[in-house]
Each structure stands twice: as C-alpha cells, then as structure tokens.
Design a protein around this ligand. Sequence first.
Ligand code: SF4
Length: 468
Amino acid sequence: MLSSVMSVKDIELPGEALLRRFDHPGPRYTSYPTADRFVETFDAAAFAARLAGRGEQAAPPPLSVYVHVPFCDKVCFYCACNKVVTRHHERAPEYLRALQSEADLVSGLLTGPRDLEQLHFGGGTPTFLSNAELEQVMAMLTSRFPLADNAECSIEVDPRSTPAEKVRTLAALGFNRMSVGVQDFDPEVQKAVNRLQSFAMTKETIDTARAAGFKSVNLDLIYGLPKQTRASFSNTLDRVLELSPERIALYHYAHLPERFKPQRRIVAAELPPPQEKTQIMLDAISRLAEAGYRYIGMDHFAKDADDLARAQALGRLHRNFQGYSTRPDCDLIGLGVSAISKVGPTYSQNVRELDQYYERLNAGRLPTARGVLLEHDDLLRRAVIMALMCHFHVSKEAIEAAYLIRFDQYFGRELEDLRDFEEAGLVEISTDWISVLPKGKLLVRGIAMVFDRYLRQDQRLRRYSKIV
Ligand code: SF4
C-alpha cells in the first residue's frame, strides 16, 4: 500500500490519489513552445537571417553548442530517441564531414567573436565515435567556436563503448562532465531491454573519469522497465549510491509501442503494474533524498555541492534541450541530424533523416526543417513556465515588469484552473507569487501545463469536437 504523504528532504511525496488526479502525460518543457508546435514556414532562410542578425549585435550572448551523434551499436528496446542502429563504424566519417559543413555555414553567419561557454555531445551514442574521430570533431568545432576558459563540456557516455583509454581521451579533449547511461543494474531487466552492461564496466568508466579530472558525473536511470520490482530497483539503487554520482536522472518509461518501434520487442506482461511502478518511483525518491540528493525538478536530482543545486539555490537555474543548465543567456546552436537551436526569440530544428541531412548540406544549405519565432505571449508564458520548472515559484511582479501586463488580468483563466491544485495543497497563490508547495513539486509539469496556450487551445478544440 502507498502511504498518503511521505516527507523527504525538500519535497513531500504526494500519495497515489493525488498522482492519479494530477499526473497526466504532458511536455517536459525543455522549450516553450514545445517542439511539436514548430512550423515548416520557419525554414533555413529564417534561421540564417536570425544568425546573421545576432552576429551584427553589439554584444551578442555567448554560445552553447549541442552536437547530435545519431549512431548506436545496438538497440535498447525502451528507446524513444532519434538514432541509427548500425555496426558499421565506417559510416561515421561521412557524418563528421556533414557536421563540418554545417558548422562552417553557421559560423560563417555568426560574425564576430562568440565564446563557446557550453558544449554538449548527445545522441544516439557519442562514444560510438573512435578516439581519432572525437579528436577530429573537437578540433573542427573549437577552431570555429573558440572555447571559453571556464567552458562546461559534457558528453553522454555508454560504458559499453567507452573503455578507460577513451575516457582519458575525452578528458584530454576538454570534456569535464559526463552523463552515463545505466537505466538498471539488474541482469534480468537488462536482458529484457537488450542492454547488458555490468556494474564493473560502469564503475570502471566512472572511476577512470574521476581520476582523469571529470568534475561531475550524472547517471541515468529508468523506472517502469520490464521485470523491475520494488526489490530489484532497490538493489539497483544500492549500487548507484555506491558509485555516488553528483547528479542522477530518474526517468519514467512510457510504453508506446505503436509510436516507437523498438518498444514492440518489450513484453508488455513483464512491465510492472501501475501501482508497483508508482511505488518504485516513490521508493527511489525517498532513497535519493535520504542519501543527500536534492530534488532539482522534472526527474533530476543533484548533490548539494553540485553546480545545479547551487544554481537553483541562487535562483540561477535554467532549462534547455539537455535538461537543467547553469548557463543562462547563451544562444544554443544544435548541430547534427534532428538537433534543435535556440537563437534569440526563435527555435529551429534540423531534419530528422540522415539522407535529407546529407542532401541539404551537400547542396550548401542549412538543414533546418522547421522552427518558430516566439511572439510576446510565447515569451511571457515561457518565462512563467521556466520559473515554475526551475524554481517552483513565479513572481507576478517580475513578469509584469518584464512583459508589461497585469498578471491576474492576463492569466485570469489560468489562475482559476490553478484553484484545483491550490485546494489539493499543491500550490499557493498570493497577491505577489505563485509558489509550488513541497507536495506539488513532483507534479510541477501539470502546474506548468496550465500556462501552455497551445495545450489550452487543444483542450478547447477537443471540447468543441465533442459537442459537435
Ligand atoms: S537508448 Fe541510447 S544507446 Fe540505447 S538505442 Fe536509444 S539512443 Fe541508442
């Protein structure tokens, strides 16, 4: 049985009834508007104009670059990422040539010095690349976007393709943070999701990283996988805590086999029943909190001394496509297939298919597929949603001053919709603030969704279609 309320360090865990009532599927708000709202009319020419305009500014913000490496050696059955599963490592050079063409086009438009403050390699599996290829791509990038002295360079690492010598190469190349994919240490669970990765292998990667000077290690876990039980996940957590990562991401597995082909190979009958799955999550959060991890928000936990927890305590946490971030005003350039950029009040996303990506770049064109130019309403709603997601409160006065609105008037309907959350003890609404209470922190996404204009429009449309 679930207890109704369990208190841990900085959150109060809601009971099953509240979770059932308020935890609905929704966006993770790594952007607002969310990527499914991007439109094709925002194309390569619109993105190029935006980049060029930024270059002409007197003091443009620093840069953050994301590089997407789509290749993976093997498929994990739970995967919902944009990736290409192949054992043919000889496919990498063609991709790296295309990345270079894209970097040339972008850096050519961004005239003027722009320090690269944040670099992130994600995938797919960035460690699919050989040591020589990693050296080549880093040299290519840093010659076009000079690295700032205090740059944060992070990479997603698969221990199965990252022997000690590759970890040392990464450190020598300037990477100082890594995110290690684990998901679960239980051999039965690993078999059921086709990801066999021993504890010893993972430990070697992390130990080598620390010895080589990496400042922070994040570990990714997933609850709700086949064959998982409360007991088995508790054992996984024992091992995770032994590794003592600075950050932990605890993701929820959503079984959507009709949308994500690899998930069709998961045996639905082996998935934990909903109540057990919820309890696995609640147990895990209690364990992490007891072990001294702070709940940052949306699946993320960090030790108090970690930069993320410190940024949150100082009110300087931000959210972008890689999750939470400590660097605020960067223009984000996404390189690679399906990568997303954020430049000024715009988002733009590259084509998702490799063939199209190569075709566009071979023709000397940016591979932008779609994007969006944010309007005043989008910008102010983004500010509200990001304040909730990062800090669990919104200052009405700060939004009024920045966007020249009367908060209570502009968001009259939203405030009405928040009454349910307020009555359930999840938020507090005062004259000056909206504050997510400790019991509401796990449900912050649902609270943020109230301010999402696009979701509100969808709901109105659904109601309308039911009536007709
Ligand atoms: S989960 Fe990661 S490593 Fe596994 S197939 Fe998907 S992208 Fe590749």
